[in-house]
Design a protein around this ligand. Structure first.
Ligand code: CA
Length: 225
């Protein structure tokens, strides 16, 4: 599971857009429209991350942030329309882990969310599986059945991305963004090259293919046809 996120935002339109976008990425999403209901929700169902709007009716985002901090460990990403240094310092004092200034790009928000969740996750313990493929995110060890597979850094990140989205077609743009971390360059064949490396390693003793090409679109991790 990608993780659970509590969105605290009184503007329904923004909350709705955020919820849909996060759900599409595989996150479990809860919504709260004000501070007290956010605190109640976080207590009942502790989220992995809180996206918190600064401007809320009644109890403001800073106060909610302080109380969330007293209540649990989830990182807080604060949304604010104010982009001034004193406000940022105030927010940091209240315990926010990161900021995003409105209006923001959804891609930017997703990148911050991923980074915060990555930081918050304790090392070890999380095992990703698909068929006979296993990847341990703590030790970064990978196995096909009982056979250990040595991966380079980028190969590991690419395989991890597929394992986080089994049976979903990942476009080349998404793969490029997630693994290489910058905008798609167009003509580069780096993804093809790395998929080829991964296939060679995953299939080196005659195992079935798990990473399939979706012509003209990208790649998908699924069972052999
Ligand atoms: Ca608001």
């Amino acid at each position: 599971m990608a993780g659970s996120i509590l969105i605290v935002e009184d503007e329904e339109r923004i909350a709705g857009v955020l919820r849909r976008a996060l759900q599409l990425e595989g996150y479990e999403v809860a919504l709260a429209g004000d501070g007290p209901s956010a605190l109640a929700s976080a207590k009942q169902n502790p989220p992995d991350l809180v996206i918190l709007d600064w401007m809320l009716p009644g109890m403001d985002g800073l106060e909610v942030c302080r109380r969330l901090r007293d209540q649990g460990e989830a990182p807080v990403l604060m949304l604010t329309a104010r982009d001034t240094v004193p406000d940022r310092v105030q927010g940091l004092d209240a315990g926010a882990d990161d900021y995003l200034v409105k209006p923001f790009e959804m891609e930017e928000l997703m990148a911050r969310v991923r980074a915060l969740l990555r930081r918050a996750r304790p090392e070890g313990g999380e095992l990703l599986r698909f068929q006979d493929l296993r990847l341990d995110r703590g030790t970064r060890q990978t196995f096909r059945g009982e056979r250990p597979i040595e991966l380079t850094g980028k190969e590991y990140e690419l395989l991890e991305l597929f394992l986080l989205h089994p049976r979903q077609v990942l476009t080349r743009e998404v793969i490029y963004d997630r693994v290489w971390g910058y905008d798609f360059g167009g003509e580069s064949n780096i993804i093809e090259v790395y998929v080829r490396y991964l296939r060679q390693k995953l299939e080196s003793t005659g195992e079935s293919r798990l990473i399939h090409t979706v012509r003209g679109v990208g790649y998908v991790l699924r069972e052999a046809a």
